[in-house]
Structures are given as structure tokens and as C-alpha cells.
Design a protein around this ligand. Structure first.
Ligand code: 6PG
Length: 251
């Protein structure tokens, strides 16, 4: 079973989930700062996390995070300019990063405006530089936020894409056939070494994929492969996304 009740928390509404996520993120980052070393928060794209980012920027949470010692990365990016409405960076900058005192050089944007292969190579170099690692090392990211698509993709690891077969590189460019677009994404070798992965999932359209991953019906799906990793993986889902889980599963 790739999931069990120890890994899944069901919230009554998207708003409750967002508050729960903001609580978890701020407490995980505070504990990581106590331990020392590089503290990294990897942001997810899409629409679900926006409210969480806005909460982290609010007075209630902003003060609980030491932004001066935090490095922010992205799990993936669309191959677009940073000012594009499609940009994951743009969404996070508007909702969070322009509101908090994070040093600009701690914001590690995937440069979607570059040719995809160049952007992914540059991002892997940037990851190694932040962690003071030589090429070949695998940073242990502190906290990675992920979403899930109805097809079981996560970050930009889409079923059938070349990136899901990557076993060496930490970041890869990948053409997403269904969207006919290029993406840059963190890969399984990097994500699977993260200290904590937190999936944020809301809405009735995700109910079928949540049941499928929970019951390990499609172990090949990218999100299911992350769910089976050794490191801690938590799923924050709202009641609408949990509707197809039975009572024993809907912890
Ligand atoms: C992206 C994300 C992607 C997203 C899922 C869920 O760049 O779009 O990385 O993996 O997390 O598609 O998106 P929603 O949260 O909008 O449903």
C-alpha cells in the first residue's frame, strides 16, 4: 500500500487544508532552522497552493519563518518567461515572495525563458552550489510541496514523458505531449531524497486519482512512485478529493 492513514490527513474544506498546510510548513521549517544547515522549501505550481502561499505571507505566519535563512526552489516550471501568466514563479512571487523578507539570491527561479535543456542544466548547477555539493551529489531538500494531476502526474513528471525515466539527473527538461509544451522538472532521484514531501490536493476532480494512488492500483503513476519512496510523504487532501475513499481509508 503506497498510502495509509498515517500519511493522509483529510480536511473539511480547501481553506482548512490551506491553514493546515501553512501550520505544517512553518513548523517544519522552524524545526529545520533549529537543526542548522541548508533549509529549502520547494514550491509547487498549479492553483491549489496559491492560498497556502498567501497565508505564509500573512502576518500570522510570516513572522514564524526565518526567511533570511531559507532557500526557495520550484519543483517544476513551465518553459515560459517569468512574467507569463503560466509561470509558476510568477504565481509564487505575487502570492508570497514579494511580501516576505527573503534575500533575492535565496529565490532560485527555474529560468523558463531559456532553452529547456539549458534551463534544467543551470538549475542542477544552482542546486549543487546552494548545497556546496560537487556534481553527482544529491541534496536532501527539506520540504517539497507537490500537487497531483488527474492523470497522476506530479511536478512535471507526466506519465509517458521522458523525465520519468531519468535515473541520474536531478533536473530534466521534458516535452509534455498532452499539453504540447516543454517543462523543466525535478526528477525522481532528487525528489525521492527529500526529507519531507507534502502533497496538497483539493477538489472532486482529484477523487479518482487519490483513490487509485491510495489503493496502489496504478503503481506506475509518477505520484504513486513518490508515495512509495522511503522518505516521509504526507498527503493533505480535502473532503471533496477524499470522496471515493471508504470510511476505513478516509481516516
Ligand atoms: C504545475 C504543477 C503541477 C500541479 C498539478 C496540480 O506546474 O502545474 O507542478 O504538477 O501541481 O497539475 O495542479 P492544481 O493544484 O492546479 O490542481
Amino acid at each position: 500500500m503506497s498510502l495509509n492513514e498515517a500519511h493522509v490527513q483529510v480536511f473539511p474544506t480547501p481553506a482548512a487544508l490551506s491553514y493546515g498546510a501553512a501550520e505544517k510548513i512553518s513548523s517544519v521549517l522552524s524545526a529545520a532552522h533549529m537543526r542548522g544547515g541548508v533549509v529549502s522549501l520547494v514550491l509547487s505550481g498549479g492553483s491549489t497552493p496559491r492560498v497556502v502561499y498567501e497565508l505564509l505571507a500573512s502576518q500570522g505566519y510570516q513572522k514564524r519563518i526565518d526567511w533570511s535563512r531559507l532557500h526557495v526552489f520550484w519543483g517544476d516550471e513551465r518553459c515560459v518567461a517569468p512574467e507569463s501568466p503560466e509561470s509558476n514563479y510568477r504565481m509564487a512571487h505575487q502570492a508570497l515572495l514579494r511580501e516576505v523578507p527573503i534575500p533575492p539570491h535565496h529565490i532560485h527561479r527555474i529560468r523558463g525563458e531559456l532553452p529547456p535543456a539549458e534551463a534544467s542544466r543551470a538549475y542542477e548547477v544552482e542546486l549543487h552550489n546552494v548545497y556546496g555539493m560537487a556534481p553527482g551529489g544529491i541534496p536532501h531538500l527539506t520540504l517539497v510541496l507537490l500537487g497531483i494531476g488527474e492523470d497522476g502526474h506530479t511536478a512535471s513528471l507526466f506519465p509517458g514523458s521522458t523525465a520519468i525515466g531519468e535515473t541520474q539527473r536531478l533536473v530534466a527538461e521534458t516535452f509534455v505531449q498532452r499539453l504540447t509544451t516543454w517543462r523543466v522538472t525535478m526528477t525522481f532521484p532528487l525528489l525521492n531524497q527529500a526529507e519531507l514531501i507534502l502533497f496538497l490536493v483539493t477538489g472532486p476532480t482529484k477523487a479518482a486519482i487519490i483513490r487509485s494512488v491510495y489503493r496502489d492500483e496504478r503503481p506506475d503513476l509518477p505520484a504513486a512512485r513518490i508515495a512509495r519512496r522511503r522518505g516521509e510523504t504526507l498527503w493533505y487532501i480535502d473532503r471533496d478529493a477524499a470522496t471515493l475513499l471508504n470510511d476505513s481509508e478516509n481516516a
